[in-house]
Design a protein around this ligand. Structure first.
Ligand code: ATP
Length: 516
């Protein structure tokens, strides 16, 4: 299947099975805003909880808070967002479509890299085992020409970003003959800076109301509470503060489903350390966060680090964790060494000391900060994309394919489905009893409509790891069938064991203990 088509299928599946709906759909939707349905809300909660457990519960020196979305407007001046939270915007004069200039260039570079990869794969297939990849990459004229092009443009691009040189960004677009991806036109406007923050008014009387912002990141809520948490929790450096919550960005081009939304959720942690120790802690958190991703079992080869081309003015190291979606590798999480920038700025703007007294060193300092920042919605999409499978079954019989969501059992929206084989002979009563027991521990679904095969398919499609089927034998010997989503294997087990068997399999304990 073409990868773009696979992505479309996943989006359609997410809607059909109650994971994600376009917001305000009956009014034709609202661009880049989405609602989570009955299964999506469960999955999102489970991902958020797994992050929280791994960050807050497992790390004795990390605590969690929940700060407000509205904050004092000075905060966004101090953090640099009012002046510099911009993206370079370019319009196409013919199509009237708006793009991010940096993304047009990045996509162009990616395309060139794609050509190299294709060329290499073609040669690898042709030469088979005798293929020497290194030599090919170092000698093939077409590969070398493309490599040279990439290096040249990339170096101009990085310099332009570093200097905020908007004219040069436009010139690169012109020189590379980059066309509007939709219309093919090369009739571009100038590049302008566009601030991504939404603003609104606080207060009931408009004239006296003051302009405030919807937070574009949750991090600042942590910084301004740094001393509150440190003092009330008697925290000693190094320590971290975590939180999850909504963030808002007026993205220029919002596309690719929940990858780039205007209202989204972040899961962030700021880790406060001694000045000079930040780069060692940066490595520490890079490693720890990658382990968290790998613990989901979606495939090690699907992840990579991508160091930032341009460091933000406040950072002295930054990397992204990227996941390979059907539309290519995309950032899911950023890990940044933010130096003492934010706390120092808040000290300056608020006039309040943001220092920590280090008993061991017998001195005060503004701590340095390592940030781990992951988008919950992108993580959700990672789980969807990593779990979706159109499976061909070589079984004889009616069904020869199924869509199965191989969501890790501990994240699955519904843990267990309780299914009486038929709607008569007292089976529903027995099934209800089992359901009433199980729902005290798990999110369960009871279903008695349709053939058992169709019910299994519906559960596969939402990723339910276990189905419990109650049949005529159940009333005779108190046993039920447990069916496993991934293998479709079935086993007969005593009713009394169902809870424990499911519990062991859907608990995140195993994954968490590997992270600990
Ligand atoms: P990008 O380069 O993709 O715009 P970013 O580098 O601006 O992202 P950060 O500011 O580092 O992103 O935000 C941290 C995380 O928040 C990102 O890794 C991503 O998972 C998530 N995120 C950022 N912007 C959005 C968005 N518009 N929609 C959904 N998630 C987002």
């Amino acid at each position: 299947m073409v990868q773009e088509d696979l992505f479309k299928k996943i989006i359609a599946h997410a809607k059909e099975y109650g994971f994600v709906f376009p917001s305000s759909e009956i009014y034709d939707g609202l661009s880049a805003v989405y609602d989570y349905g009955q299964n999506g809300a469960e999955l999102k909660n489970n991902i958020r909880n797994y992050w929280w457990d791994a960050m807050v519960n497992l790390n004795e020196n990390v605590v969690g808070i929940d700060s407000a979305i509205f904050m004092h407007p000075e905060i966004w001046k101090a953090s640099g967002h009012v002046d510099a939270f911009n993206d370079p915007l370019i319009d196409n004069k013919d199509s009237k479509k708006r793009y991010r200039a940096d993304q047009l260039i990045e996509d162009y570079l990616e395309k060139l890299q794609g050509k190299i990869n294709k060329e290499t794969e073609k040669a690898a297939n042709k030469f088979g085992e005798s293929f020497d990849r290194e030599k090919f990459l170092g000698t093939n004229p077409r590969v070398l020409a493309n490599r040279e092009k990439i290096d040249k443009i990339h170096s101009r691009f990085v310099k332009a970003l570093e200097k905020d040189d908007l004219e040069e960004l436009r010139q690169i677009i012109i020189d590379c003959e980059i066309a509007d991806p939709e219309s093919g036109s090369r009739n571009w406007t100038e590049v302008r800076q566009f601030n991504l923050m939404f603003d609104t008014r606080l207060g009931s009387v408009n004239e006296s109301a003051s302009k405030i912002y919807l937070r574009p990141e949750t991090a600042q809520g942590i910084f301004v509470n740094f001393l509150n948490v440190q003092k009330s929790g008697r925290m000693k450096i190094p320590f971290g503060i975590a939180q999850t919550g909504k963030a808002f960005r007026n993205e220029i081009v919002a596309r690719q489903f929940i990858m780039r939304m205007r209202e989204f959720e972040q899961m962030e942690m700021q880790f406060f350390v001694r000045p000079g120790e930040e780069l060692a802690w940066f490595e520490f958190w890079k490693d720890k966060r990658m382990k968290w991703h790998l613990s989901l079992g979606l495939g090690e080869e699907k992840y990579r680090f991508h160091d930032h081309d341009k460091l933000a003015h406040y950072a002295n190291a930054a990397t992204d964790i990227e996941f390979e979606f059907p539309i290519g590798f995309k950032e899911v999480e950023g890990i940044h060494s933010r130096t003492d920038f934010d706390l120092s700025q808040h000290q300056k703007f608020s006039g309040k000391k943001m220092q920590y007294f280090d008993n061991d060193l017998n001195e005060s300092y503004v701590p340095y900060v390592i940030e781990t920042s992951i988008g919950l919605d992108r993580m959700f999409l990672t789980v969807l994309a990593g779990s979706y499978e159109d499976e061909k079954l070589d079984k004889e019989g009616a069904d020869d394919e199924r869509v199965v969501m191989r969501i890790p059992a501990f994240l699955a929206p519904v843990k267990v489905a309780v299914l009486p084989l038929v709607k008569k002979d007292g089976l529903p009563d027995v099934a209800r009893k089992i359901m009433d027991e199980l729902k005290l521990d798990f999110n369960c679904q009871y279903e008695e409509k349709d053939s058992i095969g169709r019910r299994y398919r519906r559960q596969d499609a939402i990723g339910t790891p276990y189905c419990i089927t109650i049949d005529h034998q159940t009333s005779k010997d108190d046993t039920v069938t447990i069916r496993y989503r991934d293998t479709m294997a079935q086993e007969r087990i005593p009713v009394t064991q169902v809870r424990d068997i499911v519990q062991e399999k859907v608990s995140p304990k195993k994954q968490l203990s590997m992270l600990g």
